[in-house]
Design a protein around this ligand. Sequence first.
Ligand code: 8YV
Length: 330
Amino acid sequence: MSKPRILVARAIFPDIVDRLRQYFDVEDNPDDVIWTPAELAERLVDKDGVLTTGSQRIDAALLAAAPRLKICANMAVGYNNFDVDAMTAAGVQGTNTPDVLTETTADFGFALLMATARRMTESEHYLRAGKWTKWSYDMFAGSDIHGSTLGIIGMGRIGQGIAKRGAHGFGMKVVYHNRSRLSAELEAECKATYVGKDELLRTADHVVLVVPYSAASHHTIGAAELALMQPMATLINIARGGIVDDAALAVALREGRIAAAGLDVFEGEPSVHPDLLTVPNVVLTPHIASATVPTRRAMANLAADNLIAFLGGRGPLTPVNQPVPGLRAQ
Ligand code: 8YV
């Protein structure tokens, strides 16, 4: 019997591609070419599965062009690149990579918060430029982390990881806002108090965004929300571009309406709003919150294991939808 055919649509660890070759006929993309939607669709015409990442859109048009496609395994926990309704209607399984990146991403969120509040990149640029000639009382004076109020919007697994780091490691008071309240047990574990979004924005010294992207969460933070924040507050976005109105944020930073921002994700990335590149009080990183070698390997392996389990006739390991089986060409 011939093996199922899959596409590994972005470059990943070569040994994990080799592992997939034991189960599948694999077409891969070792040079990591960024295909247009039409080029991706062309490669999927004869494929049963695809290993993809957050940058490739899987929608009704693509599914129609790929009649044999049965599973899309995202190497990411966020799956806003999937049109989940279209996939379910077409009988296509979607999977993501939860849990394996939680602690790494929470570490990064906290690192970005600290770098932002303590002005680490701005001060390093100053030093590297040879401008450091003397000490002064207010040179790069930032805001404290310990003992301050941490506001988390989006209290899923990563948000909870950040809350625990803040509460247990740094004695922060933690408030959170989420679609639904955590159980009393989880609130106690995270030492976190549920508040309304506006109250969080008004009272937090540091606001961290970890909410999944959807039409409903688009521009969760825009000019009106930034206006509620304290002038000494910092804003951290490790969620998705589009959760923050980047143009409005650049204005708020330039006018000193908030103290600083740390951004790992951007609207329209890898493009970055030009005004964010010129304001000094922002720390910018290229979507690397999950980027440690062990975690990226765990993500790639989980995406691979989803393909192996599902196309091997067992259920998906970490599904994001429940399509009716058997709708797709064999
Ligand atoms: C990925 C992420 O690196 O998991 C996610 O949702 O944002 C990152 O960990 C990125 O999406 C690439 O797929």
